[in-house]
Design a protein around this ligand. Sequence first.
Ligand SMILES: [Zn+2]
Ligand SMILES: [Zn+2]
Length: 206
Amino acid sequence: MHNNRLLSMGARTAESAHGMIEKTEKRADSAVRAPMLSIGEELRRRLAWIGAWVTIIAAAVQLAFSQSSQTKSPTKTESGQPGIELRGRIVCLAEEMHRLYEADLPTRHEHIYGLKTNDGKFVTLLRNKHSEALFADKRLHEKELILKGRLFPQTQIFEAITFRSVRNGVIHELFYHCGVCEIYTFAPGICECCQDPMELVERPQR
Ligand SMILES: [Zn+2]
Ligand SMILES: [Zn+2]
């Protein structure tokens, strides 16, 4: 649509330029002929040149538009389904695989934390600013959790964006709080204001 308008604008510019040239030439006929003709000729060349450029630019714009419409932005399913809820407990995947399938487990190993869902599936968790508490705070490993986030396509890798707990069948919000500074966070640690340790709060969801 936009391109067509641009193209027709280009055509109109060329037309009016053509009209101008004809008028110039007609006036040139009635006046002193020789010098005016060469100016008219020069003008005609320049306008033709501009007209050509307008056409080229319009074509380039049209090409760019058609390409941008062909380039698909990743859909929700391609970048991972958001808003997925998983319910289960944090476990060490290495220990679970050792227990279930006798996978080799070094005496001293780094835990690989993941979620064992209530229906027995194992999911690897990405560790980032949203999910830090699930890795760093061992108290959360004792709780039944509801993680909300996205599962990446063709993987069992989950990015948890939020986490809540289930206690006596009631869903609880989990967060960290500094009572001195009234600061709330979703990651454990010390309060960045007063340097006191942040307190874990588990509160029935409102
Ligand atoms: Zn472990
Ligand atoms: Zn504080």
